[in-house]
Design a protein around this ligand. Structure first.
Ligand code: 4AD
Ligand code: MG
Length: 461
């Protein structure tokens, strides 16, 4: 049998002279007057295509090859040849087998808007943009696991179905069961949904609380899984279902946490720069001019830090007119985050020491009793990409804060136990994967960096 080559390999001159098998999808066909056709084949292994030359003397030239159009799947046998064109190589076909036709394939040469492509979520991965997003997203995931592995963080799996509302924002999807018997007997549109085995349960908004149980036993851990937010936000940076990376480390304070977040982000960016060059060139040319240059700078320069209090002063005195008024004690809106990262520092910014009133119960109260040991990492274009904190390890302070926020101790009894039995300082953060993919690709809308976006009113397929 012939050696199967990916297009990414076939484009390498090292394979010149070999007879190989290439399998993929047609991007374009051009017929030359000299009695042969050029087929551009893509198989997703890289952004680029391989050019195949199909001569008129191939048995199925008239009947099939000349009918090939964008979207058709083919298997090509042929010889890898050095090419004079833009690419180092091309394939001289000895056989072209059509695997599947593609009449009326929606992705013709004409470029479609990203809005339109969202209607074709099952097809859009065949486009250059979505192929490139998928490869960059994959590289980021690989680098995440590698980074934590190299830094002695253990990968733990936290549950998706849970009873606890980590962020205390009440933005959870409820999990219920259907009683199909009663549904069948009712014969009508009666709702026979029940709590999950008679206990209220929800889809998790964060694996943090459970990750803390493992951090206070194993030292350094991280979770990486889907999380869910039932917030009715229709913005370019909110999803109802997104993937979150959450490291949690015992014996870490806020400074350790910030240093971890920074080295983590720099490692991911340099990996993407080193390993996804072709895809980044595409984003740089088509999506965001200057992207590579700015990512390179971020990968090499220490992040700036600022307290929330100082950031409020900057925003109050900057002379910009914001839609949402800003004052100490209010949460920052996207427009404020963008001002700080795009105009004030022109790069990533770590904001620290937020008012306790706008942050969740688990963040460690500072000596001023007004702020908590929190940190958010903000980046240009996207805004908040990471949210983290040192955790409240003192039982008395924690229970008092819970009382102030009307949280019932019995709902968090196991979380409080961690403070009863050998409590230690610890810290962690959460990174939204899709926001990081947006940042590294320059894609404007978060719906275009996850294969099947889930947003309010959109869970069709
Ligand atoms: O700031 P958040 O809500 O923090 C937590 O959930 C903490 N428990 C994390 C931790 O300390 N372990 O969310 C963390 C990050 C945000 O900075 C953002 O990048 C992302 O998750 N995120 C979302 N991404 C997409 N769509 C949404 N609706 C998001 N909500 C948060
Ligand atoms: Mg946050």
């Amino acid at each position: 049998p012939l050696e199967k080559l990916f297009v990414s390999d076939a484009r390498d001159a090292a394979h010149v002279g070999k007879t190989v098998l290439i399998q993929g999808w047609i991007r374009t066909r051009r017929d030359s007057k000299g009695g042969f056709s050029f087929l551009e084949i893509n198989d997703g292994s890289c952004m680029g295509n391989i050019q195949v030359i199909a001569d008129a003397d191939l048995a199925n030239y008239k009947d099939e090859i000349q009918r090939l159009s964008a979207g058709c799947s083919v298997a090509i046998e042929g010889e890898v040849k050095a090419s004079e064109g833009k690419q180092a190589t091309e394939i001289q076909a000895s056989q072209v087998t059509v695997l599947g036709w593609a009449d009326d394939f929606p992705l013709q040469k004409k470029r479609h808007s990203f809005e339109k492509l969202r209607e074709w979520a099952h097809i859009r991965a065949r486009s250059n943009t979505f192929g490139a997003v998928a490869r960059v997203r994959n590289q980021i995931c690989q680098s995440i696991h590698q980074f934590f592995h190299e830094n002695n963080f253990l990968y733990v799996h936290t549950p998706i179905i849970t009873a606890s509302d980590c962020e205390g924002a009440g933005e959870m999807f409820k999990v219920t069961t259907l009683d199909l018997d009663r549904l069948a007997k009712s014969g009508g549109p009666v709702n026979y949904e029940f709590d999950f085995f008679d206990k209220p349960s929800f889809l998790t908004v964060s694996g943090q609380l459970e990750a803390e149980t493992y951090a206070t036993a194993l030292g350094r851990v991280y979770t990486f899984g889907p999380t869910f937010r039932a917030e009715n936000s229709n913005t370019s940076r909110h999803l109802s279902e997104f993937w979150m990376i959450e490291p949690e480390a015992a014996f870490f304070d806020l400074a350790d946490d910030m240093a971890l977040a920074e080295s983590f982000l720099r490692k991911i960016l340099s990996d993407v720069l080193n390993r996804c060059d072709e895809d980044l060139q595409f984003f740089d040319q088509r999506i965001q001019k200057g992207l590579i240059e700015s990512l390179r700078k971020v990968a090499e320069t220490p992040f700036q830090h600022m307290t929330y209090t100082d950031a409020i002063k900057v925003l109050e005195n900057c002379g910009e007119s914001f839609e949402f008024p800003i004052a100490w004690g209010t949460d920052l809106q996207a427009e404020h985050e963008r001002y700080l990262t795009e105009k004030h520092v022109a790069g990533p910014l770590i904001l620290t020491d937020y008012p306790s009133t706008i942050k969740p119960f688990y963040m460690r109260l500072s000596d001023d009793r007004k702020t908590v040991a929190a940190m958010d990492v903000l980046v240009p274009g996207v805004g908040e990409i990471i949210g983290g904190s040192q955790r409240e390890e003192r039982l008395d302070v924690l229970t008092q804060r819970m009382a102030e926020m009307d949280l019932r101790e019995e709902d968090y009894w196991w979380y409080l136990d961690l403070r009863r039995y050998g409590t230690v300082p610890h810290a962690g953060f959460g990174l939204g994967l899709e926001r990081l993919v947006q940042y590294t690709t320059g894609m404007a809308n978060i719906r275009d960096v996850i294969p099947f976006p889930r947003t309010p009113g959109n869970a069709e397929f």
